[in-house]
Write a new protein. Sequence first.
Length: 380
Amino acid sequence: MDFQLNEEQQMLQDTVARLVRGEYSFEKRLTFSETEAGFSVDFWKQLSDLGLTAVSFPEELGGFGGGGVEIQSVMTELGRGLCLEPYLQSVVFGGGLINQAGNDSQKEAWLSGIASGELQAAVALQEPQSFYDLNDVQTRAEKKDGGFVLNGHKAVVIGGHCAELIVVSARTSGDARDANGISLFALNPDTAGIERRVYPTIDGSKGCDITLRNVQVGANALLGEEGGASEIIEYQAGRAIAALCAEAVGVMDVANELTLDYLKQRKQFGVPIGKFQVLQHRMVDMMSELEQARSMSILAASVADEEQSNERRRVLSAAKNVIGRSGQFISEQGIQSHGGIGMTWEYNFAHYAKRLIMINHQLGDDDFHLERYAFLLQAS
């Protein structure tokens, strides 16, 4: 199998790489994280001006019709820069849910804005009690006056504090953990009854908890068939997992570069510490974990847009497990190699390590996906 990017894919990756290198220094990132938006509005505009927010959408909606490999190319370079912009939440996950579940009028109303970067979306699927089970939904949507009334609580909605559209899962029938009975709604966050509590996350981005109290919406807010959103959510979560894996590879790549540079420069007993054999072996182990993660990221990208199957589920869980473990290993070994400076706020390695830990816990950590992989293997 040929794992090389074609000419167009390579041009796409080079474009993102040049943009990140030129506009997203570590010092700027610290400044961006302290703004009200929590990211660079100007950088987001540059992403949209270059058409990068339209990569994964159909051409008729202003997109380029790209797939998992194209998303991988973008996310890997955004990972290298530790970019804070909500690309995953708005373009990959939120846009994916609307593209798969929405009707023609909904796609025309929202996807063109997401593709152009003028509209930012966020995804509110997790709840305080749900852990990693996206079918564990206690938020309720009841029919009233031709529309719906929503009540519930959504947790850790990354990018939800500034999104202009929030895709929310709510139960229209069934018990709390049933796969059937879950529906998707596209909400304007300014709608009466929606409250957002904003807070910083450990990796420098911003998240929020969303409380829904008697939120009344029209029938046009419903995405797809009522009660039939579970499979759509699972499929698009798989695409988001593949994108997270690609981002993690970019983060790990730079983390290894930083560690190697430090081993070459830091001296003890008059020689660079990189001369010590035990640290050389540690660096080799870190590079081996990176290459294993890179291979799994390529595999995840190759199945991200395939039809849903147990094989696709197994591949994505395997990739998330391997990349979660590799990211944790590189973070821990890099900190050990650096010593105390590896955990200081002013030094960039600590931020790469924190982002890797955050990625591991998004959409299921390594233990969760190991159990899921084993279950799927037995079910085959």
